[in-house]
Design a binder for this molecule. Structure first.
Ligand code: SAH
Length: 392
């Protein structure tokens, strides 16, 4: 195994169990690792620190273990078992009302570079690092051994998530088992997660609990669900007794999926309408006096260098929503950008409120659910943040 020696002082973040090594921290390597290789990391004096996956890029090593460990089938079985047991504790396994959940959440489950979502027995696997992709056969075997008859099929969906430059050319495909119909349930609501053609793994399981909260606020409200994708929030608002629900997304395909999901749960209910339109344009021309608005935009900033522009986008969006919402209305506003911290997000909402000239109070501070755990040593893992606001 190739050794990577860190510069003096650069071992500190590893001693605090942070799982990334940046390229600038490296003193030397005793060979030339291939991308995806498991390497051993030492401090400047040569003492063992950790083992991890090597990759060319800003994050050069993603740590798999802080103990001397062989990265083999047993390693993956142990990690996946631990993650599966956690989901069982959370009541997500064998739950007749919810069969869509995140089984592996990268660093949060001590498997950086790996995401696995479960949809009614189908595991949709996304590899974000070359090392995880290189280990895919081990990961698939470990999944089968740990999940046994809970697992019906494995779909590898890493085409869009691996670094292009690594030249891996992965193809999205079923790699094991027989998938059932693409139907899953979340809190008793049916939806069709299209993992073959949809965004991410097919559905945003991270909003499950926040959607349930919407249901409590929806009774007799006029609801606007911006950036609806497959209409997750809209379904809960409908069940919660909303007077009307308008779902907006710029993608035609998303609007089709939203309509299908609404129909599967509520038939042709005239309370719901869906619009394939740009969010900013829609809000500019909106005629309805909405009193519950949801803003769940895509990550406007994926890197720190575009944070400034992204914040402008978030501010414009939130200002517009705060200007248009009926007095006494409720705004659910989110950001899923990892680089937008809770504090930055709140400051952005603060300046939007000031600009809109509304009285605003915070009712709830939202985050991601427990099947998206945040490793305490890796605060970057807290990517989803939301505020529920009372707007007077
Ligand atoms: N709220 C959704 C997830 C939102 S994902 C859920 O609960 O599942 C973000 C969505 O924003 C995507 O579906 C994308 O098509 C849409 N989108 C991106 N830019 C947009 C724009 N300018 N106007 C409207 N929708 C947009």
């Amino acid at each position: 195994m190739i050794h990577i020696q860190l510069k003096q002082g650069k071992e500190q973040s590893l001693e605090r169990k942070h799982p990334w090594i940046f390229s600038g921290a490296i003193q030397k390597m005793d060979g030339k690792p291939e991308e995806g290789d498991v390497v051993e990391v030492t401090d400047a004096l040569g003492s063992f620190l950790a083992v991890g996956h090597y990759q060319i890029g800003t994050i050069t090593v993603r740590i798999l273990s802080f103990e001397p460990t062989t990265i083999d089938l047993t390693f993956y079985i142990n990690r996946i078992k631990e993650a599966f047991e956690l989901r069982r504790k959370l009541g997500l396994v064998d739950n007749p009302l919810t069969n869509a959940y995140r089984l592996i959440h990268g660093e949060g489950d001590r498997l950086p570079g790996l995401v696995i979502d479960m949809y009614n027995g189908t595991a949709v696997v996304q590899m974000h690092s070359v090392g995880m992709y290189a280990d895919r056969a081990l990961i698939e075997e470990a999944l089968r051994q740990v999940m046994k008859d809970q697992l019906k099929a494995i779909y590898n969906k890493s085409e869009g998530t691996l670094p292009y430059k690594a030249g891996l050319e992965p193809h999205n495909a079923y790699v094991w088992g027989e998938p059932g119909p693409m139907i899953a349930i979340e809190n008793g609501l049916k939806f069709a997660p299209d993992w073959e053609r949809g965004q991410k793994t097919g559905f945003f399981v991270d909003q499950r609990e926040n959607r349930a909260l919407i249901e409590r606020y929806s009774k007799e409200r006029k609801v606007l669900n911006m950036f609806c994708y497959t209409g997750g929030f809209s379904m809960y608002a409908m069940r919660g007794g909303a007077l009307l629900v308008h779902s907006v997304d710029s993608s035609e395909r998303a609007i089709e999926l939203t309509k299908d999901n609404i129909r599967a749960n509520f038939g042709d209910d005239p309370r719901h309408e869906a619009f394939a339109e740009d969010a900013f344009k829609f809000m500019q021309n909106a005629k309805e006096d909405y009193d519950l608005v949801i803003l769940d935009p895509p990550a406007f900033a994926k890197h720190y260098n575009v944070l400034g522009n992204a914040l402008k986008g978030y501010r414009r969006l939130n200002t517009k929503a705060l200007e248009m919402i009926k007095p006494g209305g409720i705004l659910f506003t989110f950001s899923c950008s990892q680089v937008v911290s809770k504090e930055i997000f709140r400051t952005m909402v603060f300046s939007s409120a000031a600009k809109a000239g509304r009285r605003v109070s915070i009712l709830h501070q939202l985050s991601q659910p427990a099947d998206h755990p945040i490793d305490i040593y890796h605060p970057e893992g807290e990517y989803l943040k939301g505020l529920v606001l009372h707007v007077l």
